[in-house]
Design a protein around this ligand. Structure first.
Ligand code: AGP
Length: 607
């Protein structure tokens, strides 16, 4: 996720306004930043790697003349953080400047075509292709609006862009597909931005731009048209009554809830990963003598689920290992034939990096899955995939967990295809289901949130919880338990349901809440008897079940239904959603701060 901003002032300098706006968008990305303004027919640019304050200290972002300009704060997806990869991006002649938030899926083929036409690229970003396409269209005599329209019609993927040119120095043209874009309207200025917080202190009059729309901003205000048929769209402004702080959370009371609801979009992004990176990772995994999946906390739970997926789909045995135990447990055994796949949202977790270092010293192949390009993990891994989940501000991992599962599932599917261990029909069915997951999660969030809020109120004062599952759902149970205990400070225990009778069941007494994660998969029959074990001792049964599972509905005190027809290997993604929401609402019911739970940090960079 990145933050884009543009403004046209009736008078005065745009640069300081842009700088402050980018500070309000910094939560959307902060590995590099830049600004461009138009002054006396020239495009002037300042940009560099680093946080906004660092780049401002080095370059003085306010010191750019001109009343019209663009700004961008970056969260790298294509091309690591650097001055050349920072936005805005220009064309060959520096007559066009573009800022972009999103992912252009077909940028490599567009870039090849443009290079064959003689265009010279400066960056490794997907965004720069837009600048050169607009340059070509302007050469054909198009207006800036038509040039941008023709450019975005060539793009596959997601975008929110804003474009300026010294060919039409009094305009900003912006366009949207999936990535958010809003217009701010004031008496003495007009703004475009990724998010309302950027201009909320300047105006609370906002116009939401919908998918497939293009907007021309000028001194008269704004004009919205459909990209497809250029039809004028009349769109009344909305008056925003949020506080600036609420606006950063898009109206949600906490980042964690906003990020839970961001999961459909993030899951769509993880389905747009660069093929070559996934294929490279698959090749290393296929050749491995043994594979270790190494991580901490929530990322470790993703590894646990992945170990089931790799085994069931690709017949690949993998070893999910808690990173802080890796050196002690496998430090001497790992060797040149080993592959260590490190999973780390931050890419900076000390325990995980220590395991990686040990593997590198023993000539093993290190692979990485992370959310942060430019993180240490991306620098030490032989190959890595960035999951593109956008910054996660809440300390509790939510959207990054489901995105990790999506990426790991894609790797397992590629491996299964490469090894021929699963029929093409089954592979196609699984790939189709994976594509449906974002919509399933979206429907689930809409349908179940209210009910889960009530469950949290009902069980708010319980002293301890069990989270149980079998097979791949035991990893979902572990994740649900971690969420609840880390943000609601509720003691919770999770283990494979079959273990209950080997000790933990002694804790059960009437009213003890036991949460079962029980999709209708191969473990369904046995988990029903586990439920009965608990019920017979008076436990309160809360079950996360497949829609219409009458057998378990009849046993449970409460249940949450998940849409039918999900393959077992993909079930952790939707089945964890109710557990995330339950933990969130338990935290708010108990007066805890879900975003900043006590004693915890977002990235644990100490051992
Ligand atoms: C999960 O909610 C926690 N924030 C924590 O367990 C986290 O998953 C763990 O510290 C690993 O972080 P990483 O993915 O950045 O390596």
């Amino acid at each position: 996720m990145c933050g884009i901003f543009g403004c046209i002032l009736k008078s005065g300098n745009a640069a300081p306004i842009i700088h402050k706006a980018l500070k309000r968008l910094e939560y959307r990305g902060y590995d590099s930043v830049g600004e461009a303004t138009i002054y006396e027919g020239k495009l002037l640019v300042k940009k560099d790697k680093g946080k906004i304050d660092e780049v401002h200290a080095a370059h003085n972002l306010d010191d750019l003349p001109g009343r019209i300009g663009l700004g961008h704060t970056r969260w790298a997806t294509h091309g690591g953080p650097s001055e050349t990869n920072a936005h805005p991006h220009g064309d060959c002649e520096t007559q066009v400047m573009v800022v972009h938030n999103g992912i252009i899926e077909n940028f490599l083929e567009l870039k090849n075509e443009l290079e064959e036409m003689g265009h010279v690229f400066k960056s490794k970003t997907d965004t720069e292709v837009i600048s050169h396409i607009v340059e070509e269209e302007l050469k054909e005599g198009c207006s800036l609006a038509d040039a941008v329209r023709n450019a975005v019609e060539k793009l596959d993927g997601s975008y929110a862009i804003a474009v300026i040119s010294n060919k039409e120095p009094d305009k900003i043209v912006c366009a949207r597909k999936e990535s958010p874009l809003v217009i701010g309207v004031a008496n003495d200025a007009v703004y475009c931005a990724s998010d309302i917080p950027a201009f909320l202190p300047l105006t609370n009059t906002a116009v939401i731009v919908e998918d497939g729309e293009l907007v021309v901003l000028d001194d008269k205000g704004y004009e919205v048209r459909k990209i497809s048929d250029r039809i004028l769209v009349s769109r009344e402004p909305t008056i925003i009554d949020w506080s600036p702080e609420m606006a950063e959370k898009q109206g949600y009371p906490h980042y964690m809830l906003k990020e839970i609801h961001e999961q459909p979009l993030c899951l769509r992004n993880t389905l747009r990963l660069q093929e070559q990176y996934l294929d490279l990772m698959t090749t290393f995994l296929d050749r491995a003598g043994e594979v270790f999946l190494v991580a901490c906390g929530t990322s470790y739970h993703a590894c646990l689920a992945a170990s089931y997926i790799f085994s069931k789909l690709a017949m690949l045995a993998t070893h999910p290992i808690i990173a802080s135990e890796f050196v002690e447990q496998h430090g001497r055994a790992i060797n040149i034939d080993s592959v260590l796949l490190a999973v780390s949202q931050s890419g900076e977790t000390a325990d995980t990096l220590e395991a990686v270092q040990c593997a590198r010293e023993r000539a093993a192949t290190v692979l990485g899955l992370t959310n942060v390009i430019g993180s240490t993990l991306t620098r030490v891994a032989r190959a890595y995939v960035c999951q593109q989940s956008r910054p996660e501000i809440g300390v509790a991992a939510t959207k990054t967990f489901t995105s990790q599962l999506s990426v790991l599932s894609q790797l397992a599917l590629r491996l299964a295809k490469k090894r021929g261990k699963v029929s093409h029909v089954e592979i196609e069915q699984l790939e189709e289901k994976l594509q449906q997951i974002p919509d399933i999660v979206e429907r689930l969030l809409e349908a179940q949130e209210g009910q889960i809020k009530k469950l949290a109120r009902k069980y708010r004062d319980k002293k301890c919880f069990f989270f149980l599952g079998r097979g791949i759902s035991s990893s979902s149970a572990l994740e649900g338990r971690l969420k609840l205990l880390e943000i609601a400070y509720a003691p919770a225990i999770a283990f494979p349901a079959g273990e209950s009778k080997h000790g933990p069941i002694s804790l059960i007494e009437p009213g003890f809440p036991v949460i079962f994660v029980c999709p209708r998969d191969g473990t369904h029959k046995t988990i029903r008897s586990n439920i009965m074990e608990m019920k017979a001792r008076g436990a309160s049964i809360i079950a996360v079940i497949e829609e219409g599972d009458e057998a378990i509905k009849g046993m449970a005190d409460d249940y949450v239904e998940i849409p039918k027809g999900l393959p077992e290997v993909l079930s952790p993604i939707p089945y964890v959603i109710p557990l995330q929401l339950f933990a969130y609402y338990m935290a708010t019911e108990r007066g805890c701060d879900p975003d900043q739970p006590r004693n915890l940090a977002k990235s644990v960079t100490v051992k």
